[in-house]
Design a protein. Structure first.
Length: 481
């Protein structure tokens, strides 16, 4: 028999539970304080931090054996900042681990931040180190008493290497003079790319010829931008005209009365866009980190590349574009390496550190070439305005480096585990279905090598910060009144 007197109490209990659940859901959705922390051991279900993928780059659920591995972060509302903390064991011989958040899905651009750099870590024990905020300066022999003194009066650029830091220096090319003729780079390039050029007493002038392949129905806009001293100087967008495929578009970039120096030019586009040719009077042109050789041999005028990369990767999606890549040193002692591309959608890489300047002889079009340096289509147009990088294959003795500046803090130790954090600005990053996409990258780690080595991830924690509910209300009221 049901005690009728207890029914109101049971009803009140259920109503209280329901109200509590609703309030909890509201709290989790609104996060009125503006701050929230999520954590996962990657072994079980987690509503906010997704499991690592893809499975063929993992051993179990939390050992990364191939580069890169991805995970998603569900956020119930907009946040402006994220601090990612990873607890891990690096059981590989790879020196670098980085984490990143997807900024632009159209060109798959990730904002990468360091978690571990063994080359930089080793300098703490062998070189003089200065630490100020999130900056570290390492000196072979102490010449500066502070990082501020170093930045105000830096040494010659060839003595300096950097990691995760852009050191502004006046870069000049001695003896440079403007070209007297316009040259045409008729080497089709697929998708997005960036390159450096150099001007002195001349107009910055580039004529681009694009083709929209329209292989999918998604919009295919093209953005062109110019940077000088890390500041955006110019940008232009070409909207998709909604054609059926094969349409050519042209774009003329003209900027005058610019100071002598290095300029970075970028084309932001998806894989549907092919740059068929580039015409320019500028004599220096060096592509940054990657060149996608489009499958358009009918208009190609050379596909070989010259590079300062110390390691290279190759990949093709086309079964009829497999072949043998040959690499040799441009000058100095003879050096050669062969990389055979025998499967599609598989990344192949050089097995040893390359010389400072190499020629890459490509077997065909339709191959994506990437590395840690710059690329040009001729030795004459190659130049490298950047500081040396304290990254993969870094050897300060071989490279004549006496100073390393890095925006980097080494991992801390918790027993046998390493703990590292990275901060991300989420203000303008890509989000889909309430999720941000993150990756963990271990450059050079390949599952297909079958070494069994991997990076064991014990936990991932994300501390999020955004505008509080009260701050939001205050801003709305200020707007109205």
């Amino acid at each position: 028999m049901i005690d009728m007197a207890k029914i109101p109490k049971i009803r009140m209990l259920w109503i209280s539970v329901l109200i509590g659940v609703v309030l909890w859901l509201f709290w989790m959705k609104v996060v009125p304080g503006g701050k929230m922390t999520y954590e996962s051991d990657l072994k079980g279900y987690n509503a906010f931090i997704g499991r690592l993928t893809p499975s063929d780059r993992l051993s179990g659920s939390n050992v990364v054996i191939g580069d890169p591995a991805y995970f998603s972060l569900f956020v119930p509302r907009r946040f402006e900042k994220a601090r990612l903390t990873v607890e891990f064991k690096n059981q590989t011989d790879r020196p670098i681990i980085e984490a990143g958040v997807l900024v632009d899905k159209r060109v798959w651009n990730y904002d990468l931040k360091p978690l571990q750099n063994k080359a930089v870590d080793s300098l703490f024990d062998s070189w003089s180190a200065l630490l100020e905020d999130d900056l570290a300066l390492f000196q072979r022999q102490k010449e500066y008493d502070s990082i501020g003194d170093f930045l105000k009066n830096p040494p010659a650029a060839e003595r300096v290497a950097a990691y995760n830091y852009d050191l502004r220096q006046d870069f000049t090319l001695p003896g440079y003079s403007p070209a007297s003729t316009t040259r045409n780079i008729c080497r089709p390039i697929g998708g997005a790319y960036q390159f450096y050029t150099y001007i002195k007493d001349e107009e910055l002038s580039f004529d681009f010829s694009f083709r929209d392949l329209n292989k999918n129905s998604d919009p295919d806009p093209i953005d062109v931008f110019v940077y000088y001293e890390d500041q955006e100087l110019y940008s232009e967008s070409l909207d998709d005209d909604g054609g059926q495929g094969g349409e050519d578009k042209s774009f003329k970039l003209r900027l005058s009365q610019l100071p002598e120096g290095v300029y970075k030019i970028g084309v932001r586009a998806n894989s549907d866009i092919v740059t068929r040719s580039i015409s320019t009077p500028q004599s220096k042109m060096a592509f940054i980190n990657k060149v996608s050789l489009a499958d358009a041999p009918e208009i190609s005028c050379g596909r070989n590349l010259f590079t300062g990369s110390r390691q290279l990767q190759f990949m093709t999606a086309l079964a009829d574009r497999l072949g043998r890549v040959k690499i040799h040193q441009v000058s100095g002692d003879a050096f050669s390496e062969i990389v055979d591309i025998v499967e599609t959608y598989k990344q192949y890489e050089t097995g040893q550190v390359l010389p400072p300047f190499s020629e890459v002889i490509m077997p065909s079009d339709g191959i994506v070439v990437s590395g840690d340096g710059l690329f040009s289509f001729s030795a004459e147009e190659y130049f490298d305005p950047r500081l040396k990088k304290a990254g993969e294959g870094f050897d300060p003795d071989e490279q004549g480096v006496d100073f390393v500046i890095a925006r980097y803090a080494p991992p801390t130790k918790d027993g046998d585990w390493s703990v590292a954090s990275a901060d991300f600005d989420l203000t303008n990053v890509y989000k889909e279905d309430g999720k941000h996409s993150f990756l963990i990258s271990i450059p050079g780690l390949r599952a297909e090598d079958g070494t069994g080595q991997g990076v064991l991830i014990k936990s991932i924690k994300v501390d999020l910060e955004g505008v509080s509910l009260w701050e939001k209300i205050r801003r709305i009221l200020n707007l109205k009144f």
